[in-house]
Design a protein around this ligand. Sequence first.
Ligand code: ASN
Ligand code: ZN
Length: 329
Amino acid sequence: EWQAVHNGAGNSMYAGQVEIGTTGSSGNYQLNDAQRGGHRTLDSDNGNQVFTDADDVWGNGSPSNTQTAAVDAHYGAALTWDYFQQVHGRDGIRGDGVGATSRVHYGNAYSNAFWQDSCFCMTYGDGAGNQKPLTSIDVAAHEMSHGVTSHTAGLVYSDESGGLNEATSDIFAAAVEFHANNSEDVADYLVGEKIDIRGNGTPLRYMDQPSKDGSSLDYWSSGAGDVDVHYSSGIANHFFYLLSEGSGEKTINGVTYNSPTYDDEAVTGIGIGKAEQIWFKALAEKMLPNETFAQARTHTLQAAGELYGADSPEQLAVAHAWAAVNVGD
Ligand code: ASN
Ligand code: ZN
């Protein structure tokens, strides 16, 4: 069946007016992104059918319009697809060019989003209380990156590997935002700053100093594998921030960060462009399902050595950043 490729006009909630990939023809368009493996967006409030529209203009920027959350989810998936393809040469979550599925309006006042390997799909609630759908760019990238992790290192979702799995999703969530360069969702090292899940305007997680959320770990210690994977992730989120931006105070895109180090030694960052290459190479080629933080250190050092050379400034920065979160050999 032949379907024309279109760029629909989306009025998103979090990212302003955006182009979204649709298929169909006049009077009958659907959220099926033919340029990205046929990634589709479904309506959980309508029997999980694909969203359709007559004029290819979608949503109105308000969550009361049923298409709006779909626009954000569809756009976030497209940005994440483009990121992995353009930055890491990976075609889709499995690397086989096949798109996944997003599903919005899940449940009732459901305040979470999640990835499932079984349906090759991610699901978003509309949020409770504050009534903000969980469809911001970073949340979409976080969930879709869980799929990438499943199809690469396969990090087990418990113990230290679970923290590394969660951190991988936060790391690529930040990286996708930086790559997207969307004027209304300015890139940052905060996770979920737009969905207001706590109702007080604070982000879900902080990569420069994870403990700012009240629960996440800034540094490794024995027992790190026993805490919720969304808290042990702080160790590797903090590593990634330090490797990218360095320690101390720094303002980026209007957000001020202040990143401490375990050993009180200053860390000099190498930039997110190199840090993301190191993390992806370690994830895709070296990490194993039961990876520990110590092993992630070894594997990112190897990846940095292969990418930038043994004893390169980049490889030394990896060692310093891990020491700064109390991960040694
Ligand atoms: N939103 C959460 C996550 O992706 C759902 C979960 O706990 N797995 O991490
Ligand atoms: Zn997650």
